[in-house]
Design a protein around this ligand. Structure first.
Ligand code: BEZ
Length: 186
């Protein structure tokens, strides 16, 4: 795989990369857990009523499954510029080893992570509170509940189990449809 760079998707990039790629492979990164801890005021919420999207938090024993995309070296700069613009709400790039099953990494992937010190970061909260927030929030890219459903469906399609995501999906489903205002109901 010469003259290629790899981009890792663990959130919306799984179902919506938005750029041309030469191959796609399921695999994981080590030491990071996927969590709905990042606030979204530009995609799945609005200022004053943020939604929540996934970021990664460091956790020694964790693995985070997702997909790696191969992009040509020639297109890398434009792909990164596109993703920097799309994920400008607190996300920054990091490069880390990617595993596709073998114990040795198959290469390094570029990963977008929103760290705990960015202004949109919301951090941990009880699952029931995160579920209520996701149920109500909506933004320019659509409802926060749709984001959660698409993520859960995409993980199932990859054969990946993620307790945090699936428990949120269960709780949001149990709450039923939102009234669509983006505001908590009284
Ligand atoms: C992803 O799908 O990997 C992703 C998540 C958050 C921001 C950018 C990309």
């Amino acid at each position: 795989m010469h003259n290629e760079a790899w981009i890792f998707g663990y959130g919306s990039l799984i179902w919506n990369p938005g750029f041309a790629f030469t191959w796609r492979k399921t695999g994981y990164i080590r030491g990071w857990a996927r969590r709905f801890y990042q606030g979204s005021t530009d995609h799945r919420g609005v200022p004053g009523a943020p939604g929540r999207v996934v970021t990664l938090v460091a956790e020694a024993e964790a693995v985070c499954w997702g997909v790696a995309y191969g992009v040509t070296e020639r297109s890398l700069d434009s792909v990164l510029a596109y993703l920097d613009q799309r994920e400008q709400g607190g996300f920054q790039r990091r490069w880390m080893p990617f595993y596709s099953g073998a114990s040795e990494p198959s290469g390094k992937v570029c990963v977008y992570i929103a760290a705990g010190d960015n202004p949109e970061y919301l951090g941990p909260a009880p699952v029931s509170a995160i579920a209520r927030q996701i149920r109500h929030a909506t933004g320019p890219s659509g409802s926060n509940a749709e984001y959660l459903t698409r993520l859960a469906d995409s993980l199932r399609a990859l054969g990946v189990k993620d307790r945090h995501v699936f428990e949120l999906e269960r709780q949001v489903c149990r709450l039923g449809p939102s009234d669509g205002t983006g505001e908590p109901e009284l």
